[in-house]
Design a protein around this ligand. Sequence first.
Ligand code: CA
Length: 362
Amino acid sequence: MAERDPLPLRFGRESDPGKVREKNEDDFGYFVGGDRRLLVVADGMGGEAGGQEASRTAVATARRLFEAEDGTTRPVRDLLEATVAEANAALLARQDVVPELKGMGTTLELLLIEGDRVSWAHVGDSRVYRVRGGVAERLTKDHTRVQQMLEGGLLSPEEAAEHPQRNVLSRAVGRAGNLSPDVVVDEPILDGDSFLLCSDGLCDLVKDDEIAWFVDRCEPQDACHRLVRLALDRGGHDNTTVLVAYKGRPKSVWKRASTLIVLPPGAPVRRVRSRKIAVRAVGLLAVVLIGAWAWLSYFSGSGPGPERTTATRKALDKREREKAAAAKDAARKAGAKKTPSPVPEAVPEASPAAPGRNAKRK
Ligand code: CA
């Protein structure tokens, strides 16, 4: 069915443990069923074992429900809410059995694309963005205490971004029985829309406009790779996971973007056209050298005969003919004034015009 879709979906993903943590407690998934595509990101917490188990349990639950026979046909809101509820119940049950896992939990982002409609469910501080027209719009609000203070006017956006408790969650999967996810269904997709899901390892270190810049210019997998690399260049203090889905025709700018290189903060990208520059430089140098060689050969007359160009040879022949004609003409004029002499006027040493030098020698 995907082949008949006039606006095909392209997908990319990358996850990295970062530069500080040994294990990656993030997990993600991309699942296809009928005309539906489900993207999942989960960022686990609660100790090394608990964090990994929490995120993997959430993604496995999403997959199980989506791949179940009714997962591809049941109403989207029902499917998304049921996925969050089942993941939550599974984590709570696990903590009852294994006390060491007490306190584990996970964020959970579910993005479901069906035809030209998109729906999502959200719990925690991972995010869903829509990039449209080069602008990244957050589709989710962080479930953190700092976000609550921001909305209550107690903090400015700048203070919230630097607040030491900005990662303390007010809602997470596996933490309480009465969990209520934020769910939005059946939003229209326009040609060229991209959707990005990420854990806070990315959005803590990469700004929204930088996310838009890469997603808008790079093919989805390339955008994921470059965004994760940018977060690592800026410290990579947390596990970092990025998924990008692009709906529409391929952009011509993607090919050129393949020559982009990520630089440190302050100068995020630069273009590299070294191959083209090298080819042009070699061509220009060749033209200059050939021109210089031809010029020297022409004016010095010293170029090896057989190797001279035809044009140079013709020019030299013409000069020789002109010189010979001038000498002949001068000789004829001199013969008309004086008696005929065998001494050609063109030989200055034989002329009496240098008496001083001859006098000195004597
Ligand atoms: Ca995290």
